[in-house]
Design a protein around this ligand. Structure first.
Ligand SMILES: [Zn+2]
Length: 284
């Protein structure tokens, strides 16, 4: 008798717990559905479905979480609630048009060859990442010289050997990334000669021969020791052939890339002393 009573108590408890679980599940499904509908409403644009968010937009979102909060098929949402268009819809741009009138999509179009195995950039078409959409960088790092200056912070370059002061933006914690690079390089004495007289960081200027602002003008770039630099424009100015070469150990490049900086030594228009913070091109 007691056994039967126990059993019926047990089974009613099981039924009760089961009902509770069902209710909880139903509540979850309801709210999940609501949430999905909300996200869906924001993600789905006139251009397509949530599945159509391009990989380039996803990489931008992953690279700049302090500024970009959401993407849709053809735009990214900034924290200040403005949408920036991704693809201007113009197809078949020439290399010159890509350089001078790119959109955000053009900026993300080419793969950056991360790591130490890469082929020498032998053709303009292989040039990877000189294409940059200026409004994107202006919005993040400053439109005017004063805005960029206001964001600059000090990095102690090679603290134990040279202890120089370099100025670079604190936006996206780039000053911390560069400090980490410096601290790591500082422990490798065989590399110091390539780094001990840096060519510069912040410099309010355009890319030579263009009206486009250089990465140095946003405070996101650093040139290492000029003495070992190879730069396509110097070769041109001196009447030498345009011929890719590099005299810096790739060990340096690996360390910069690890901290979000790409290297100008992988460009057709080679600039081997040059590094700039472009984590969106290093994310897999
Ligand atoms: Zn540079």
């Amino acid at each position: 008798m007691e056994n039967t009573w126990n059993r019926s108590l047990l089974s009613s408890r099981i039924i009760f717990v089961g009902l509770l679980l069902l209710l909880a599940g139903a509540i979850c499904v309801f709210f999940y559905g609501q949430n999905q509908a909300l996200i869906g409403a924001q993600v789905i644009s006139v251009e397509g479905t949530p599945d159509s968010i391009p990989p380039g937009i996803r990489r931008l979102l992953a690279a700049y979480p302090d500024y970009l909060i959401k993407g849709r098929s053809n735009a990214v949402l900034w924290k200040d609630s403005t949408w920036m268009p991704y693809d201007d819809g113009i197809v078949g741009k020439t290399y010159d048009q890509l350089l001078h009138t790119p959109d955000l999509e053009d900026q993300m179009q080419k793969e950056y060859p991360k790591g130490t195995t890469f082929t020498d950039p032998t053709a303009e078409g292989a040039d990877t990442n000189r294409i940059s959409y200026t409004p994107f960088f202006e919005k993040m790092y400053g439109k005017t010289q004063q805005e960029v200056l206001n964001n600059l912070a000090t990095v102690h370059w090679l603290p134990s050997s040279r202890n120089l002061r370099l100025k670079i933006t604190r936006v996206n914690n780039i000053h911390k990334h560069l400090q980490a690079i410096s601290d790591e390089l500082d422990k490798r004495p065989h590399l110091i000669k390539y780094l001990n007289a840096p060519g510069g960081t912040f410099n309010w200027r355009s890319i030579r021969g263009t009206d486009r602002r250089s990465a140095h003008g946003f405070g996101i770039a650093v040139d290492i020791n000029v003495k070992y630099a190879d730069y396509w424009l110097w070769d041109r100015q001196l009447g030498r052939p345009h011929r890719y070469k590099n005299r810096y150990p790739l060990e340096i490049i690996e360390i910069f890339e690890k901290h979000g900086f790409i290297w100008g030594g992988k460009w057709y228009y080679y600039d081997t002393m040059h590094f700039e913070y472009r984590p969106e091109l290093l994310i897999d």
